[in-house]
Design a protein around this ligand. Sequence first.
Ligand code: IMP
Length: 437
Amino acid sequence: MVGLQWGDEGKGKIVDLLTSRYDCIVRYNGGANAGHTVQVGTERYALHLIPSGILSPGKINIVGNGVVVDPEKLLDEVDGLRKRGVAVGSNLRISDRAHVVMPYHKEQDAALEELLERKSGKLGAGQIGTTRRGIGPAYSDKVRRSTALRMGDLLDHALLLRKLETICGLRMAELEALGANVTPLVPRELADRFAAAGEKLRPHITDTVYLVHDEIKAGRSVLFEGANACLLDIDHGTFPYVTSSNCSTLGIPAGSGVPGRMIGKVYGIMKAYSTRVGGGPFVTELLDETGERIRKRGREYGTTTGRPRRCGWLDLVAVKYSVMVCGADAIACTLLDVLSGFDELKICVGYRRADGTVTDRFIPDAERMHGFTPVYETLPGWQRELTDCTDRDDLPREAQSYLAFVEKFVGIPVELVSVGPERTQTFESNARFASMA
Ligand code: IMP
């Protein structure tokens, strides 16, 4: 299950719904930059690192090796869930090879962003607009190897201390070079603090690659939960305005140890319009009242950072590209209810370049998308609120046509439709998907 846009497609809700059909739920990428909001009855849960399956008893939730884990944030999340009566024990397993996000990663993240902001003066002109959760620096350390820490290292105080003795001096120099206000990094303090976190997490830390393969061999089913989204993928998103992991389905094999050919079905989650947080190209962005209306109706403020999200019309050029890269078999369309009340709705089906030529291909490179404007199809809107609809046939004719347009353009069916935040406000809709030949 993967987001087909720039994140915040309502994946938490769909994965929560799909978990009833699977035995294990696996996160394979990203870190606490992700935020899933899941509503269960009147309770609203914001999950960052723990797979949403934690809210359904009897599931195994795995944080795979491709995730970067902030151990203290993870412990806060565990405590928060337990306080609300959610059982967290052997149902949560964390890869011993997942990399650790340390406090200095968050300082590096912020210092680099601030440096770029000072240099360029505005978001989108060099500054990425990160969540400042230390994601980029933690993945940088993973690739650099000699300055990396993995979750398994937290279980061995002497090893952790030895590694931190190398890391801290180097990191201080790097932070100083970025112009950060450096508080001295003391290896022993950090080792004590993070070994303590490791002790608390010890019962959960394991070799998740064998674990997930053992589960598969025993006939149990696995749902891979993509965090962030395809267009934020480090290789296939709108580089450099992306996150630092492979958040498309292409990240599953590396981030979980399960080969791609074992993956059965891919659900792509698509919001009925577009949003993005942070900098980067966004061809259908609406900087007017319509954008504001979508933001208000869709409560488009970040789960992780609280930042207002940039809003715009549905960009099917982007979605079709993500469907191709992720190998999506079906779409789950979320937040369709947000589009009620518009006289007409626009859907982007092409990009017009600065020289006037038009393309129907997505270009995953911010520089090369510069100056693109959208080519729209205009569809009639509908006035009725959709929150009580329980079936695709219940939807106003115009909303049905909107979904049919998506299916025809993208070439795969919309199998799930969500019209409100609650578990009950989602229905399956495999109706009327004509052949796309
Ligand atoms: P980072 O992942 O914190 O480094 O941020 C890189 C970019 O990805 C920024 O534009 C973030 O706003 C965006 N981003 C990262 N994770 C998410 C997410 O889960 N939803 C939406 N945007 C995200």
